[in-house]
Design a protein around this ligand. Structure first.
Ligand code: GLA
Length: 731
């Protein structure tokens, strides 16, 4: 801002003070969000970005003044449809008397210190004419530089008000260019990064899949100002909606070149009729900002999630062997106890029995029967689950089990007993997906059933300490026999709120159980569901090459410690691709390591390699799971290389992973500069997870942090599907 603009802004700010105005500051260690509230006027966003000390100078620099009314449309913090506002609004109501417009103005605000790290600010907005109000609730997480925002609507009108659209947040930015990174995908290919320059108009990223909405696109996004997002420089904003249901993220570049980011529940077929005194609360939008590129965004969100939005985010995760790809539905007791024996020999700490263990009248021997009948299949497992759990414990391991409690196969006792529990659209034919239907979680009886399913499974043995909660179809052709004819639009919202209330009950009763969030892979990777879980299954695609891409994008937002990442067999079952065991382990070790194969298929040297790798991972995992992730080189840049590293919080230890995914010239080395180390410290470098020792000249040498970060390393990684892991320890 030039000097005259600053003075003009200061003068306006002063005028505003005289008119009963308040400047509202929502701040973390490094971020400021500054709002201008003036009684009876629109609430304006002055600034959202790098922390700024002197906020007195903020005026109306971004505003476009409407000639007739002197109102500004450009930077309303939470614009409703009404007045002169003509862009996509944050809020659209139809009032009890049928009036379509709403004009929200600032009323008051208050702040409270939740604890030393968190400040909560609530800003009250009021319609100019109607007894209808909005509360904007911000929580600022000081050290993590995260701000969450949610919105509550209530009214006291003489009849019901229809809420047609209610966003969780509306952020306006101004720059010469905007680059949006979002993450599209599909089953077995989730979180594919796509970056694009926004042009005038509206770019929409959304899901209408109802209850597993992260598979085709994720609500998490990056928004870089002026240039494509970089890792260690540039201004980047990130947002992610903490919601497992339909979402809609809109990126609207208006006629003045401002960008408006509107994020929240998808209004599609979801208008809610709200009686006087009722309240509607949106999910949280999780926001962060960095002036040092995406790397800082990741640190902010990982730290925040580990502390506030992930179960047991401070505890190390066990190494898992999951039975799915090793046994599918074809097992009996002996197959499982053999797997447990082998897993124990590899040093695995948790055995998870996947799908196929239940159903008697309709045995679960394939995906076409049994879902809903959560009794152990007596033919396959005559001694029950307790026997297997005890067996695992007797081998020094823990035991976990798979459930999919929101679903039912038509061939099940449950479907015959409670056809009315199935999500259905009036008299239309039911449309099975993976041979199954969705249970209607808007119905409290179904909520009880889902809770009891979890509860009863855990009651099968005190030695069950892990649940994999799956959800293998989405909601379509929706409708509920529980909701009234005029309430069907509530389905989408009430389903997710029903799901969350079950999660709440489960966590109240079972705070210590490890729960994996799975939905045909990564269908539910969102902060709304993650809060109740310890980890997620990022994809059913276990092929290490594809995982490099999926995990890279997923870990931009969601912590590596929560990313279940399993070594599977070769050729890979999803892609048919053959990859070296070392490459598969090196990729899986970048998250929460597990195995998902029939251990007996590993031979001689492979067995030794696998058990050494598990042992090594246990040594490295405090750094990988609890440290900071630095991306050194993206797989998406398509140079056939990629590399990540993890650094302990005290900078005393680091683990570097480097991969070559194509054949490079024999003379070419892979040059990488490390990040996040202490330049003044010295680190002993050891190549680990080798098949036959290290021939790397740097192995066993001591380097300064400065050298490693400025000069970097030249790694002999260049053959197709070769990889290297380096362990750095402060001397
Ligand atoms: C889904 C999951 C898999 C496995 C199967 C079992 O596809 O993502 O990991 O549990 O269901 O049917």
């Amino acid at each position: 801002m030039n000097k005259s603009k600053i003075m003009a802004a200061a003068a306006m700010a002063l005028t505003a003070t005289a008119l009963n105005a308040a400047q509202i500051k929502i701040e973390t260690d490094d971020i400021s969000l500054v709002l201008d509230g003036e009684t009876g006027k629109y609430l304006n966003l002055c600034y959202f970005g790098e922390k700024i000390a002197n906020t007195a100078e903020f005026g109306y620099a971004w505003h476009i003044t409407q000639p007739d009314t002197n109102d500004q449309y450009g930077t309303q913090l939470y614009p409703a449809y009404g007045g002169r506002f003509f862009l996509n609004p944050a809020l659209k109501l139809t009032h009890a008397d049928g009036v379509l417009t709403t004009e929200l103005v600032y009323k008051s605000h208050e702040s409270r210190q939740v604890d030393a790290n968190r400040t909560e600010t609530v800003v009250h907005l009021q319609d100019k004419l109607y007894d209808a109000s909005i509360d904007l609730r911000f929580t600022a997480y000081k050290a993590e530089n995260v701000i969450t925002q949610s919105v509550a609507f209530s009214h006291n009108e003489s009849g019901n008000v229809t809420v047609e659209n209610i966003a969780s947040s509306y952020i306006t930015l101004k720059a010469s260019d905007y680059y949006l990174t979002h993450f599209h995908g599909t089953w077995a290919n989730e979180m594919q990064l796509s970056e694009e320059r926004l042009t005038p108009g509206v770019k929409v990223v959304e899901s209408k899949k109802g209850m597993r909405t992260a598979q085709s696109d994720n609500s998490a996004f990056l928004l870089s100002l002026d240039a494509p997002a970089q890792e260690y420089s540039g201004e980047v904003y990130a947002g992610a909606l903490a919601w497992t249901g339909n979402y809609k993220m809109q990126f609207e570049v208006d006629e003045a070149g401002l960008l408006h980011i509107i994020g929240g529940i998808n209004p599609f077929a979801s208008s809610i009729s709200l009686a006087a005194g009722e309240q509607f609360v949106t999910p949280d939008m999780v926001l962060t900002y960095s002036n040092q590129g995406c790397s800082q965004i990741t640190h902010n969100l990982h730290d925040w999630a580990r502390k506030y939005n992930l179960a047991h985010g401070d505890l190390l995760r066990p190494v898992v062997l999951n039975s799915w790809e090793g046994a599918y539905f074809s097992f009996d007791e002996k197959v499982i106890t053999d797997m447990i024996d082998d897993a124990a020999a590899f040093g695995v700490e948790m055995f998870v029995l996947d799908d196929g263990w239940f159903g008697n009248k309709f045995p679960r021997n394939g995906d076409n029967a049994g879902l809903g009948d959560w009794q152990v299949n007596k033919k396959k497992l005559p001694h029950g689950i307790g026997y297997l759990a005890d067996y695992a414990v007797s081998k020094g391991m823990k035991f976990g089990i798979w459930i999919e409690p929101e679903m039912v196969n038509p061939d099940s006792e449950l479907a015959h007993k409670h056809p009315e529990w199935i999500v259905q659209s009036g008299k239309r034919d039911l449309l099975p997906m993976r041979n199954q239907h969705l249970l209607d979680l808007t119905n409290p009886e179904v909520q009880d059933f889902v809770f009891e399913t979890f509860d009863n499974v855990l009651k099968m043995s005190p030695n069950i300490s892990y649940i994999k909660w799956d959800a293998n179809r989405h909601a379509d052709n929706v409708g509920s026999t529980y909701l009234g004819d005029d309430q069907q639009n509530r389905f989408w919202n009430d389903y997710i709120r029903g799901l969350y209330s079950v999660y709440e009950r489960i966590r109240a009763k079972y705070p210590d159980v490890l729960i994996q969030l799975c939905s045909s892979g990564g269908g539910r990777v969102d902060f709304g569901a993650l809060k109740y879980h310890d980890e997620f299954w990022a994809s059913d695609n276990t092929n290490a090459l594809n995982r490099l891409y999926i995990q890279y994008s997923t870990n931009l937002f969601f912590p590596a410690m929560a990313t279940a990442s399993h070594v599977s067999t070769s050729p890979n079952h999803q892609t048919g691709m053959m990859l070296p065991l070392k490459f598969r382990f090196d990729v899986a070790m970048m998250g929460r390591l597990g195995m998902e194969l029939q251990p007996r298929q590993l031979e001689g040297d492979e067995k030794t390699f696998a058990s050494n790798a598990v042992k090594l991972y246990k040594q490295l995992r405090p750094v990988i799971q609890l440290g900071d992730l630095y991306r050194l080189d993206s797989p998406y840049d398509e140079d056939g290389y990629c590399s990540d590293m993890y650094v302990s919080k005290d900078r005393s230890e680091a683990v570097v992973f480097a991969f070559s995914t194509v054949y490079h010239n024999r003379t070419q080395s892979y040059d990488i500069k490390l990040h996040g180390l202490d330049p003044a410290k010295h680190y002993m470098l050891t190549e680990v997870n080798t098949t036959s020792g290290s021939s790397y000249p740097g192995n066993g040498k001591v380097y300064s942090g400065e050298f490693l970060m400025k000069a970097g390393l030249s790694l002999p990684v260049g053959g197709a599907y070769t990889s290297m892991v380096l362990h750095l320890v402060e001397q």
